[in-house]
Design a protein around this ligand. Structure first.
Ligand SMILES: O=C(O)CCC(=O)C(=O)O
Length: 461
C-alpha cells in the first residue's frame, strides 16, 4: 500500500506535532544511503506519526499511524544486515494514541528478538515499511548492544570465549606471565586456538577406562530405568528411547552415562581436561551431555554449534572425545578439518548459529550447511585428518570445528568412545528452558543431564 502511495505521490512527508512525537522516516534509495531524519523529503505523500518506545537487547516496540488513513495498518520488515528476518504489523490497540486523536488507536508494533539474535545483531536491527525503501529512524541502539557491537573482535559474529578474540595471544601471554598458565597449558591453548582441537595423550588412566567399558556393558545388558539411547535406526528418524542392546551399533549412542557411572565422571573430569577447559571457559566446566558409541558413527562433517545449544553464547561450548580402546583405521575414526573453527559463520535462515528443526525447509538447509563445510575446507585449505588415539587418549574440539566419523570399512571392529559436551558452569544448556533436573556439582566439574536426575541415580561404580 505504501509502495502504491509512494508511486502516486512521490516521496514521504513528515510533519511536526505538538501532542505526539514524530516518527522520523529515513528514505534509503539504496539500503546504505540514508537521508537524515531531520530533512523531510520534498514531495508530499504520506503523513506518518508514531514513536519508538522500546529498543533494547530483547526487542523493539512502538506505534505508527498514517494520518488520514489510520485504517491502513502498516506491515513492517525487521531487517538485519539487509535481510528481512521477520515482519510485524502495527495494529495492536493503544488507547492513549486513540485519545490523542489518531484514528482507532490500533497502531502498536512489537517484535521480540528470538534468542538467536545476539547483542551485536540487536544493535544492527533496522525497521522498514514492507515493500519499500522507507526505513524508520531508529533510536540509538541500547548500551549493551552498542558495547557488544564495538567489541566485535571475535572471529565469529556470535562472539565466543576469550580464546576466540583477536587479542587472544596477548591475553594468553599475560596469563602466562602472571603464572596463571603453565608452559604446557599455554602451549596446549596455542595449539587449540590455531588448529581447533587438542590431543592429550593418556589423559585418562587405563584402569578408569576399563571400568567405564565394564559399566557400559552392564548398561546395555541391564539398563538403569531412566537411562536413554539416541538412535536413527531403522528409518533415519531421530528417536530417544530406553536402551535396547539390539541397537548397539552404527549411529546409536547411549546418553549421559556420567549420570550412572562414577568412572565416566572421573574420566570426564580428568585433571588435564578440567585444567584446560577451566582456563578457556574462565569458569568451572559443566558436562551437560555425553554420548557413548560402540561403533563408528559415520556422521557427516558437521559443527556442534548448529545442534548443541548453550543459552546466550552459542560458542561457549567445547567437546571431548575419549578413546575407550586403541582406535584403528577403518573403524570409523573421528575426523576433522584442521582450522575449520575459524571459517566464517554459517547462518541458518541467514540469522542463526543454531539450526531450527521447526523450519519447513530445514532438511534442505541442513544439506546446504553440511556442503558449506566442504566448500570452506576447499576455500581455506583445511586439511582433513583423523584421530587414531590409544586407549585413554583424548581429543578436545572447539565448538566450531568441523568434524565427523570416517567411513567404516571394518564393520566387525568396535570403536568404543565417549564424547562429552561442556559449557561453562555459569551458562545454561538450552534444555533448561524445558526442564532442569537436579545436577551434581563437584569441586572440579558440574554434571547436568537432559534425561537423568543425577542426584537420584546412584552410580554403579
Ligand atoms: O564419534 C564420532 O564418530 C562423531 C561424534 C560427533 O561428531 C559428535 O558427537 O558431535
Amino acid at each position: 500500500m505504501l509502495q502504491a502511495e509512494k508511486r502516486r505521490g512521490g516521496k514521504t512527508t513528515v510533519a511536526e506535532s505538538a501532542e505526539v512525537s514524530v516518527l522520523p522516516i529515513r528514505v534509503a534509495e539504496v539500503a546504505v544511503k540514508e537521508v537524515p531524519a531531520a530533512s523531510p523529503p520534498a514531495a508530499p505523500g504520506i503523513n506518518v506519526r508514531g514513536a519508538f518506545e522500546r529498543f533494547d537487547r530483547h526487542g523493539i516496540s512502538g506505534w505508527i499511524t498514517i494520518v488520514g488513513a489510520s485504517e491502513m495498518k502498516p506491515l513492517l520488515d525487521i531487517v538485519l544486515d539487509g535481510r528481512t528476518i521477520a515482519q510485524c504489523r502495527a495494529e495492536n490497540p493503544r488507547d492513549d494514541v486513540k485519545e490523542s486523536g489518531f484514528g482507532d488507536g490500533r497502531c502498536e508494533f512489537r517484535f521480540d528478538f528470538p534468542p538467536e539474535i545476539s547483542a551485536g545483531d540487536a544493535a544492527r536491527i533496522r525497521v522498514r515499511f514492507t515493500e519499500t525503501d522507507l526505513y524508520l529512524g531508529m533510536p540509538e541502539a541500547p548500551p549493551a548492544a552498542r558495547k557488544a557491537a564495538s567489541e566485535a573482535t571475535y572471529s565469529s559474529h556470535f562472539g565466543g570465549l576469550w580464546i576466540d578474540r583477536s587479542d587472544w595471544v596477548v591475553r594468553l601471554a599475560e596469563r602466562h606471565r602472571l603464572g596463571l598458565v603453565s608452559d604446557l597449558l599455554a602451549e596446549r591453548i596455542f595449539r587449540f586456538v590455531r588448529d581447533g582441537y587438542l590431543v592429550i595423550e593418556k589423559a585418562v588412566p587405563e584402569v578408569v577406562v576399563d571400568r567405564i567399558v565394564a559399566d557400559l556393558e552392564a548398561f546395555w545388558a541391564n539398563p538403569p530405568p531412566t537411562m536413554r539411547m539416541e538412535t536413527h535406526e531403522p528409518d533415519g528418524q531421530l528417536r530417544v528411547l530406553p536402551p535396547d542392546i539390539s541397537y548397539r551399533g552404527g549411529r546409536t549412542k547411549l546418553l549421559d552415562a556420567f549420570a550412572y557411572s562414577a568412572a565416566a565422571r572421573a574420566a570426564i573430569s580428568a585433571p588435564p581436561v578440567v585444567e584446560f577447559l577451566h582456563t578457556i571457559f574462565d569458569d568451572k566446566p559443566q558436562a551437560f551431555q555425553s554420548l557413548t558409541f560402540w561403533h563408528g558413527s559415520q556422521q557427516p562433517m558437521h559443527k556442534d554449534t548448529a545442534y548443541v545449544r548453550v543459552d546466550g553464547n552459542p560458542l561457549a561450548l567445547a567437546a571431548t572425545w575419549l578413546a575407550l580402546e586403541d582406535i584403528e583405521q577403518g573403524t570409523g575414526e573421528l575426523q576433522y578439518f584442521v582450522g575449520s573453527h575459524r571459517a566464517p559463520d554459517y547462518r541458518f535462515g541467514g540469522v542463526s548459529k543454531w539450526m531450527n528443526t521447526a523450519d519447513a525447509d530445514y532438511g534442505a538447509e541442513h544439506d546446504k550447511f553440511l556442503a558449506s563445510l566442504h566448500e570452506d575446507a576447499r576455500q581455506y585449505n583445511h586439511t582433513k585428518t583423523s584421530f587414531l588415539g590409544r586407549k585413554g587418549d583424548l581429543l578436545i574440539w572447539h565448538a566450531d570445528l568441523a568434524h565427523g566419523g570416517s567411513p567404516v570399512t571394518r564393520p566387525e571392529r568396535t570403536r568404543l568412545s565417549l564424547v562429552t559436551h561442556f559449557c561453562p558452569a555459569a551458562n545454561s544448556p538450552f534444555f533448561y528452558r524445558q526442564q532442569k533436573l537436579r545436577e551434581m556439582d563437584t569441586p572440579s566439574c558440574k554434571f547436568t543431564s537432559q534425561h537423568s536426575d543425577i542426584a537420584a541415580t546412584p552410580a554403579v561404580a
